[in-house]
Design a protein around this ligand. Sequence first.
Ligand code: NAD
Length: 434
Amino acid sequence: MASQSNFTHDEEPAEASDTAEAESALETARQQLQHAADHLDIDRNIIERLKYPKKVHEVTVPIERDDGTVEMFTGYRAQHDSVRGPHKGGLRYHPEVTRDECVGLGMWMTWKCAVMDLPFGGAKGGVAVNPKELSKDEKERLTRRFAEEIRAVIGPTVDIPAPDMGTDPQTMAWLMDAYSMQEGETVPGVVTGKPPVVGGSKGRDEAPGRSVAIIVREAIEHYEKDINETSVAIQGYGSVGSNVARLLDDWGANVVAVSDVNGGIYDTNGLDTHSIPSHHEDPEAVIGHDAPETVTNAELLELDVDVLVPAALGNVLTAENARDVRADIIVEGANGPTTTAADRIFADREIPVIPDILANAGGVTVSYFEWLQDINRRAWSLERVRNELEEEMLTAWDVVKNEFTTREVTWRDAAYIVALSRIVEAHEARGLWP
Ligand code: NAD
């Protein structure tokens, strides 16, 4: 069932790609790791080890379709590093899920947990399936069977999945139920992102957007801007984008442009973000909202604004458009929105890019809170979740800012330096088995 990864030198990290299409999540993750490691005087053997996952489990998930036919899907769970604690990371249902994508995204989870100082390592998984082509019953059968196929390698002290693209709190409830039925006891801590009624945390849905908004606010202050005079453009109006937009709007910023898959709306006087339906309230309705101007997604990225927040997809800031970006600060809401080549251009142009592993880490941080609540069998209030998230984000921001200012590196390198230092220290303390 489970297959151990078996790398050859052919899979060494590639040189920086110049096009978005050419750069996989794994390539980006490895290049970012190497780049940060070059700034640190640390054991090269541990860096080499961290370029590879600990294990990748590949499973076949057969399900009975509603018409009675049986169809096979391939599922993965890539476990990257667990030196600081159990693996943690999302499960996605998407037709383009691949082994390498899971490995790359799992690596990011390792850094993200370490930069936040959470006692977790990284993982990512998923099933290569188009969830839009599944009925609710088929999705439930797929989830329960997938849960069974990976049951031996997950668990509250081993590896704790969470929702990701194409999966949601209901998916996590099915997964928790399937796992619990086989274990003979209710085990809420096996997954996070569940509905609160079965051990989910209040404030989990809004958490990644909230953390991005907190980091935008801190970045605005660091660069000595006044939030009341700061213009913001946000790509994507889903869970992350809509929460960032509304919080920044509430805190006084001028959110001038937002978009979804169909394009965006633009108002230099500022949009009323609460009246624009998010992806979950009314999918793909941004463009239909009344506003003086519309923009394409490509144009939104090049608007003359103080802060740009890409919060939809990976690889949207590339060598092709990085020279045309006019924002003063970029804060990554999505995972991996900036290619390696674009990163270099922004560094040359001295445009700060606050990285995803810090900015959107509110999701995994509140997942950690959920896990604590599950283990302790005690739910927290929404106020407590928000207060503790604020505290964790400010602590991480201060540590990263300290590296940024003292070492004179990019924000991404500063965040990686914080994460890597903690991981390498833990590896050194534990030593190599056997
Ligand atoms: P979502 O599904 O809630 O919303 C996605 C939004 O992006 C929608 O508004 C959609 O219309 C838009 N979109 C889709 N394709 C687009 C395109 N080609 N151009 C512009 N917009 C497009 O997703 P989300 O949960 O908000 O996640 C967004 C990003 O944030 C992803 O990269 C995700 O990995 C990352 N992220 C999410 C979480 C989380 O817990 N939700 C946590 C950390 C990071």
